[in-house]
Design a protein. Sequence first.
Length: 469
Amino acid sequence: MAKEEKTTLKRSLNAFHLWGIAVGLVISGEYFGWSYGWASAGTLGFLITTLVVALMYLTFIFSFTELSCAIPNTGGPFAYAKRAFGAKGGFLGGFSTLIEFACAPPAIAMSIGAYMSDQLPWLNPMWAAAIAYIIFVALNMSGVKMAATFELVVTLLAIFELCVFIGVVSPGFTWGNFTANGWAGSNTFSLSTVHGIFAAIPFAIWFFLAIEGASMSAEEAKNPQVTVKKGFLWGIVTLVVLAFGVMMFAGGVGNWASLSDINDPLPQAMKVIVGGKSGWFHMLIFLGLFGLIASFHGIIMECSRNIFSLAREGYLPRSLSKVNKRQVPHRALIACGLFGILCIFSDKLIVLGNQPLTANLITLACFGSITMYIVSMFSLFKLRRSEPNLERPYKAIFYPVFPIIALVGSMLCFVAMVIYNFEVFVAFAVLFGGGYVYFYFANIRVAKREAKLTMEMELVRSADLKDEK
């Protein structure tokens, strides 16, 4: 029974594992979700959006890695913000990360269902998505090393499949196909293109969203100051190359507009070249699932660590910080799974901004991530001033220029998302408000408990003094 009460994690991950986690968390973003940006901005407009967002992510990761190496904690952004700004800062960093990592998996699960129904038309996509949750929550229960090794293997398979996709469709690529009506559905740049570029920001973020989640495995990494740095830096390079390769070749094989509002753009793009009965097409669907699974499995793993860390500090019910005999936060995993399944079966009940639920979940996750990026960059600046002697095995390059670019870029993205996704922003604010109410009353309980303990200690000390006299 004592083992059930543990709230510590086991160190067993190396740099290759963390690279696999960093890339695997994100790689589903190469398979789906980003193409919704074409519906807003067109191929050329979305290319501009993606270039700007990629610059923001490059500068952010090269800055964020300093925090991850200096404070290797499973809470990730929560731990950095709490150290910099106290309990309220910790809430901002931790809860925004929670929204990001709780909302992304159901969107990915729904895409897994769409891929499965391409192969098995009789299979209900929602039930396939729910079954995926059950399977991968169970897999995560097996232990972090096994889960991380699985993540590494499926990530490598997913990268291989993206390379195969590019190779197979490249003979059909033409620049004319990619640029046709590429400015928000027009051949000329106009004011509507500008609106489209800003409206497409969440879907460009989706290309890279969640890479920072590898920091939540820092407490389970061997020599985290070295392994986290290597995992992040090689991870962002890998993802930038894949993002632009996939987007360019998918958009240049036919009518890109037909791919702009679906959850399986890559199989449909390949179908244009090889046909629906080709072995290449079926292989893409089969291996393409590995890309979705890599992110789905990885984000569930990191979401549970985020819940675990917040619960351990009292920001969520403390029962969620318990670990099983394999030192896995099993209750946090179950909570993540139940929330995701609820989202999946709410597909027809929740409609915001006339967008499909998948797009709204992506946007919610982006609101969480951008908020966390802003808090993290402020934490970096604050800790540089307040703790100049903090051991920093890695320091942000081109400081303060890179952190400033990341911070300003994040703020601009946040404002643009509020303007173009106001209903989703309201939902984000409601979630955040509910979290803050719990945080506020939990803090009161913690303060009362600490005051009671202090009083008891004072009484014991007074009694000891009397006995001595």
